[in-house]
Design a protein around this ligand. Structure first.
Ligand code: PMP
Ligand code: GLN
Length: 379
């Protein structure tokens, strides 16, 4: 059989979650919260199901949810998106990313991807026949080397994929980064795919700079969000995509033949939840600051060294004082023998870099974090 993705196997998230299950390890690898479902959200979704809203939604999403997301974007990013033509409801951020890439790039196009990069970008670009061009973030602060970026941009550059807060590092784009991006791409047709799924998971009073908030970028940007992340329900697989009409209509063409539409009662329930309780998202996500603080404090008692983290579910720990093993082998050993699972950073690179760093998800109950830190500190 001819394979279109020869280098791709099972995702690291599936692999490490399976290992956690097999060895009874604490799963701090795949990024999902163990928070309970909010009862008011449950009530709204249940109401939609009982009202028999269980048939296909319009392809772009129910107008109720598109309107709720448009209002949210106005509040959050201070940008207007027309719910009729500039908002698309997707099956998680994953499908928004995949559909956007499929719709917007083709053979001969280059797509700039910053590494370490979330794992779904490269296969999507390759499936579209385009060429990924890698721009390595600087270690250990994972900042962008704008000189290197400038060197990589050429007339074939069609798309730049950005992700802030960044998975896996938890670092943020600064306003100086935004200035550089505008300076280096203004007046070009380069599109920006901005993965902002953790935009409201921020720590220490830091700010998020959305592509949506800068008119010079918003006119060429596709902003991707995840309601799974915003509402602590990653298994619901519901997300969205914001973009100017011309761009969004191209993405919709792919979306309608990939999933056609996203499940109706979830969309209606989420829409009325967002309308009725606009402050609930912050309430659901606010415990994460204390969780990061707790995990970092507990870990500081041992030999792992925490790297700074400004947002997201994730904290990076350097283990060079503990082992010389490469990060993949070390993470496998950790899941099996220490019974804590984590993600090795090298898998997020094109040419793996060995900094002896693992990614840990701290979106977990406090006692789970304390027990995990205890096991890790015993090393
Ligand atoms: N982008 C990033 C950076 C992520 O961490 C994730 C995983 N949560 C996604 C996209 C996919 O989000 P979703 O679960 O909504 O598909
Ligand atoms: N985004 C999640 C993470 O980074 C995983 C989602 C998935 O399993 N694809 O851990």
């Amino acid at each position: 059989l001819q394979t279109k993705l020869p280098a791709v196997g099972k995702t690291i998230f599936s692999k490490m979650s399976e290992m956690a299950l097999e060895y009874g390890a604490i799963n701090l690898s795949q990024g999902f919260p163990d928070a309970q479902l909010d009862p008011l959200l449950q009530e709204e979704v249940t109401k939609a199901m009982l009202a028999n809203k269980n048939q296909y939604a319009p392809a772009a999403g129910t107008l109720e949810l598109r309107t709720a997301i448009s209002k949210y974007a106005k509040r959050q990013f201070e940008q207007s998106y027309d719910p009729q033509s500039e908002v698309l409801i997707t099956s998680g951020a994953t499908q928004a990313l995949q559909s956007a890439i499929t719709a917007l790039v083709k053979e001969g196009d280059e797509v700039i991807i910053f590494t370490p990069a979330y794992d779904s970008y490269v296969p999507a670009v390759e499936l579209a026949g385009a060429t990924p061009v890698y721009c390595r973030l600087k270690y250990p602060d994972y900042s962008i080397d704008w000189k290197e970026f400038k060197r990589l941009v050429n007339r074939k550059t069609k798309l730049v994929i950005l992700n802030s807060p960044h998975n896996p590092s938890g670092r943020l784009l600064s306003s100086a980064d935004i200035d550089q991006l505008i300076r280096l791409t203004d007046g070009t047709d380069i599109l920006i795919l901005s993965d902002e799924v953790y935009h409201n998971i921020l720590f220490d009073g830091k700010d998020h700079h959305s592509m949506a908030s800068y008119p010079k970028l918003a006119e060429r940007s596709i902003v991707v969000g995840s309601l799974g992340k915003m509402l602590n329900v990653t298994g619901w697989k519901i997300g969205f995509c914001l973009a100017p009409k011309l761009i969004l209509s191209e993405i919709l063409k792919v979306h309608q033949y990939t999933v056609f539409s996203v499940n109706t009662p979830m969309q209606l329930g989420v829409a009325s939840f967002l309308e009725k309780y606009p402050n609930k998202i912050n309430e659901l996500l606010s415990p994460l600051q204390a969780k990061r603080d707790l995990f970092v404090k507990e870990i500081s008692k041992g030999k792992f060294k925490a790297l700074p983290c400004d947002g997201s579910y994730f904290c990076l720990l350097n283990y060079s004082e503990i082992s010389d093993e490469d990060d993949v082998k070390f993470s496998e050993w950790l899941a099996k023998e220490v019974r804590v699972s984590a993600i090795p950073l090298s898998v997020f690179y094109h040419n793996p870099e060995q900094n002896k760093v693992l990614r840990f998800c701290f979106a977990k109950e406090d006692d789970v974090l304390i027990e995990a830190a205890k096991r890790l500190n015993a090393l």
